[in-house]
Design a protein around this ligand. Structure first.
Ligand code: FMN
Length: 361
């Protein structure tokens, strides 16, 4: 499938996740098969652009294209300015966030809450497209099925998707939950199927795609052009190449070799330390290591012990020792079912307070 001028290699995308899908993790996912990767959201608030957090998020050094940057905000002019700012820093696709159940930004509701104010949502989409079109940069939109399952007009994703297509948006992604649901309940994909049937532009299904088999099932059931996988890629980024293998060969590949997983993880950690520096890097790497080991024998005890380590060198040595020991008993990674507890915690964090990822570091 294509996004504007960009042909994407496959239909398995990694979903943007604030605090997770930074540049090192996106690059790892792409290397392990993800057909597309969108950055964590960047605020449209100009006063925060020079913050450490935002400037890290706007740094795409070495990232393979097309570089897609997600922007979040509540003001059409600011969102247009944010698009131009990110294009100047390498963005080749601008993605509008209408999907997060975030709380307030500047005393106004952002993310999926924008879906409740259709005129504002459409004004933002039109302003962003107008800013991007002269630069030849396609605009994509990520949203939920609506702001509420109750009452008339609450599940308004189809209406907004049609308006987005008419405004010139090049691809729409739909997370199969309403804003009110947060991360509770179960994602439905009928709304995505209805949107796919109504639109000519590519449509992407997202929500609760926890396995390669589920990815193919959702593709088939919705007719969507692609699926976006979020929480199931945490600690398990090879899910993308597994889905691709299942699609191409009709069966899953064997689990990855334990020494291969160690190699991916240590390369990821090196990139992570370079981006964040030792103090922050060691701490923020703990969640990635925790996700990687949580379904493995001895993983929980290792995770607890690792939280006391505060140097890159010692963290890398501990991770290497853990996987070397595991590899001496298991040549292939002994995988249990994908644990969702960690993912739910992360989702709860995402939904907490005043959308911390929109604030300055
Ligand atoms: C920790 C976390 C952070 C997220 N951050 C973003 C974000 O920055 N932008 C966005 O559009 N969605 C964000 N999401 C939502 C995901 O992109 C995705 O829509 C959602 O997790 C459902 O997909 P999944 O069931 O495959 O995880 C986030 C989700 C999580 C769990």
């Amino acid at each position: 499938m294509r996004i504007g001028p960009f042909a994407l290699p496959n239909a398995f995308f990694v979903a943007p996740m604030a605090g997770v899908t930074d540049r090192p993790f996106r690059m790892l996912c792409r290397r392990l098969g993800a057909g597309h990767a969108v950055s964590e959201m960047v605020t449209s608030r100009r006063e925060l652009w020079n913050s450490l957090k935002t400037s890290r998020r706007a740094d795409h050094a070495g990232e393979p294209g097309p570089i897609a940057v997600q922007i979040a905000g509540v003001d059409a002019t600011e969102m247009a300015d944010a698009s131009r700012y990110n294009i100047d820093r390498g963005a080749q696709i601008i993605d509008i966030n209408m999907g997060c159940p975030a709380k307030k930004v500047c005393n106004r509701w952002a993310g999926s809450a924008l879906m409740r104010d259709e005129p504002l949502a459409i004004a933002i989409i039109e302003a962003v497209v107008a800013a991007c079109a002269p630069r030849g940069v396609p605009v994509t939109l990520k949203m939920r099925t609506g702001w509420s399952a109750q009452g008339e007009g609450g599940r308004n994703a189809l209406k907004l998707a049609r308006a987005a297509e008419a405004a010139g948006v090049a691809m729409v992604t739909v997370h199969g939950r309403t804003r009110e649901m947060g991360y509770g309940g179960v994602a439905e994909h009928q709304t995505v199927a209805a949107i796919k049937a109504a639109l000519a532009i590519p449509v992407v299904a997202n929500g609760d795609i926890h396995s390669p088999a589920r990815a193919l099932e959702v593709l088939r059931a919705t007719g969507a052009d692609a699926v976006m996988i979020g929480r199931a890629a945490m600690g398990r980024p090879w899910i993308f190449r597994e889905a691709l293998h299942l699609q191409q060969h009709g069966h899953l590949p064997p689990p990855p070799a334990t020494h291969e997983v160690l190699l991916w993880l240590t390369e990821h950690l090196h990139d992570h330390y370079v981006l964040y520096g030792e103090h922050t890097g060691v701490r923020s790497a703990r969640k990635h290591i925790g996700w990687a080991v949580q379904a493995l024998p001895g993983g929980e005890a290792f995770r607890r012990q690792m939280n006391a380590i505060d140097s890159c060198e010692a963290q890398l040595a501990a991770v290497t020792a853990f996987f070397d020991e595991l590899g001496s008993h298991h040549a292939l990674l002994p995988e249990g079912p994908h644990p969702q507890e960690g993912a739910e915690t992360a989702a709860a964090n995402e939904d907490s307070g005043d959308a911390p990822w929109l604030a300055a570091a």
